[in-house]
Design a binder for this molecule. Structure first.
Ligand code: MG
Ligand code: MG
Length: 626
């Protein structure tokens, strides 16, 4: 099936939009009339420019307020349509989208509208073009694809068909399975857009918050399954109005869109095999089995401070890379690498961001398969080539340019620690840190949807509803994603002065801001840490007064929380304990957590206290750069 995108979805002038769309490898475009009008190209030149980029002009849109008008408005609407048909001939496209009328004088009446469309069909035939009719969710008399279809059915004209748009159907909560009753050959075009589940006026939601399939909460897979069941095999095209995208980088938005279409078609194919979708050979999404290691890159002169911090956390130096300046610190199942290479990828990450997390290694059931799924989803593969005798571990570019390494337990990659590392000491139980509980990544708010989609398309993953975290200086949006043993929280920093924004600025866009380790006895861990001289983040007394007021905790538990600077949360599923390191580097920090029962959250209600405590400390304990 052909893939397309409406020019309105992308930032830039007409030429910049085409370049971005062509670079992301779509088959065609919908020309949004305003985008063409705002350019100074002739219609012929605009159409030619698209074709020169290898893009077919699939559709011209939108033609508004056509059907059901009384004269003389009706005659004027027909005259306007003729003008646009002539324009379409120049542009070189044969399909026009008419959306259902919102005109205050539109009379309604299914047969009146059907007669108007049938008459228009005759005129369209003179120009060799077709017309697709779309129900807007806020149309005056027609706001439902079932009514739009009834009008098209009664118009009964070969040049008149239906256009379906997932937003208009799903935002109004119309059952998409009603589409299965429509003959596929009468569906002329299909537009796709997702949206978040926010209670809002549908017009406002549509104009500002549409997003790529998979980035919102609508059941786009269910919608497309119904569409394909009709036998429809025309274009699938994105029509996304979104304030962030209109201010975003055109190429990234175009690429995200294409990735979302591939992921969507893959999802449809897996849910309902047998539909005619063209897909690259892509393995199924898999869940993460564990986080194998996290690598920090730093300067040789700064490494002793990070290594000392790791030692106060209970990590032991246990290995040394056979050819690189990379040291392995270990505690139970947790591995942290400290890389001080002066060349290659890690060094360039250090030059761009300072001390930062440069790689995260994830164990999946089959590393080669997850890697090839990533490539099919247009993720950037990364290869800096191993030295002879070392493993070639596949990697994809992740958030902030950091790397996601993919390992598994059944191929040669499982020999990582024996092949690439020399053992220099034993690991022990340390302070009781058992695993990586979650990884928190920070990004500009306008990239958040993009990375949410990256993780949820690549992996078998679930996302939780977005939550707002109050920083004293502004709001941070937080989205948690879980894939098997991997939990990631993505934080979108919007305001100028939040801690998250300052971290981004100070680290020049590094992604990982904190790493949380899991333990199974936070009080024992806190005692062990105080023996090693670990500098915990001090939490104010007001927090514990409030905790007492909220939860009515036993006095001795409250005392132990307070003396350990441990934060507490609970919900209907269980309890959550957290303690934090002081910030280091450009604002990195560690967290230690204990979950009881089935608590699945991240202590969001504690985040403002943590952020305030960090802010009270002023600048992080600095590791001087370079
Ligand atoms: Mg539409
Ligand atoms: Mg956390």
């Amino acid at each position: 099936m052909k893939t397309g995108i409406a020019t309105v979805s992308i930032a830039g002038d007409f030429a910049a939009k085409l370049q971005a769309i062509a670079a992301a490898d779509y088959d065609g475009i919908e020309i949004f009339e305003q985008d063409f009008l705002a350019s100074d190209l002739s219609p012929r030149a605009a159409g030619q420019m698209a074709r020169d980029h290898g893009l077919e002009v699939l559709l011209f849109q939108p033609f508004r307020d056509f059907e059901g008008l009384p004269d003389p408005l009706r005659a004027r609407a027909f005259r306007r349509a003729r003008r646009k048909f002539a324009l379409m001939n120049e542009l070189g496209t044969d399909l026009m989208l008419i959306c259902s009328s919102v005109h205050p004088q539109s009379l309604g009446g299914i047969d009146r509208s059907a007669r108007d469309l049938a008459e228009l069909g005759d005129i369209a035939a003179e120009y060799g073009v077709r017309v697709g009719y779309e129900a807007l969710a806020w149309g005056r008399h027609v706001d439902d694809h079932r009514d739009a279809w009834e009008i098209v059915r009664r118009a009964d004209h070969p040049n008149i068909g239906l256009i379906l748009d997932s937003y208009h159907t799903l935002a109004r909560r119309i059952d998409p399975d009603t589409i299965r009753r429509i003959p596929g050959e009468k569906i002329f075009f299909v537009q796709l857009a997702d949206a978040p589940a926010i209670q809002m006026d549908l017009l406002y939601l549509s104009r500002h918050f549409r997003c790529m399939p998979g980035e919102g909460d609508l059941d786009i897979t269910g919608f497309l399954r119904a569409v394909l069941a009709t036998g429809y095999d025309g274009p699938l095209s994105l029509e996304v109005f979104n304030d962030q995208f209109r201010a975003g980088l055109p190429r990234l938005v175009a690429l995200d869109g294409h990735r979302s279409l591939i992921n969507l078609m893959d999802g449809v194919h897996r849910a309902e095999p047998g539909h005619a979708v063209d897909l690259p050979d892509m393995p199924a999404p898999a869940a993460i089995e564990r986080v194998e290691f996290i690598e920090f890159v730093t300067a040789p002169t700064d490494a002793p401070r990070i290594e000392a911090l790791l030692e106060t956390l209970g990590f032991r130096l246990t290995g040394q890379h056979i050819s690189k300046a990379v040291r392995r610190f270990q505690q139970n199942g947790v591995n942290i690498l400290v890389n001080t290479e002066q060349q290659g990828y890690a060094h360039s990450a250090f030059l761009s961001h300072g001390t930062c997390v440069s790689e995260i290694a994830l164990v999946v059931p089959d590393a080669a398969q997850t890697f090839s799924r990533g490539k099919a989803l247009l993720a950037a593969p990364f290869g800096d080539g191993p030295n002879p005798g070392e493993l070639d571990i596949p990697a994809l570019r992740g958030v902030g340019g950091s790397l996601l390494r993919l390992l598994d337990d059944h191929s040669t990659l499982s020999g990582l620690w024996d092949v690439d590392f020399r053992t220099i000491g034993p690991a022990d139980a340390g302070a009781g840190l058992l695993a990586v509980d979650h990884i928190s990544q920070t990004m500009p708010f306008d990239e958040m949807l993009s990375w949410t989609q990256f993780y949820t398309a690549l992996l078998a993953a679930q996302k939780s509803p977005m939550v707002d975290v109050a920083d004293p200086e502004g709001l941070v949006r937080s989205q948690a994603i879980k894939s098997g043993a991997l939990r990631v929280t993505l934080n979108g920093a919007e305001a100028r002065r939040t801690l998250a924004t300052r971290f981004l600025a100070d680290s020049f866009g590094a992604a990982t801001q904190h790493i949380a380790f899991a333990c199974d006895d936070i009080f024992a861990t806190a005692r062990a840490l105080s023996d090693t001289g670990f500098a915990v983040l001090p939490i104010g007394a007001n927090y514990y007064d409030d905790l007492d007021a909220r939860y009515d905790l036993p006095a001795d538990l409250l005392d132990r929380l307070k003396s350990g600077n441990i934060l507490y949360d609970q919900d209907e599923n269980g309890q959550f304990f957290q303690l934090y390191s002081r910030p280091f580097g450009d604002g990195l920090f560690f967290e230690i957590v204990q979950r009881t029962d089935r608590y699945e959250g991240y202590g969001a209600s504690n985040a403002p206290f943590r952020i305030a405590a960090q802010a009270r400390l002023g600048k992080p304990v600095t590791i001087p750069k370079r």
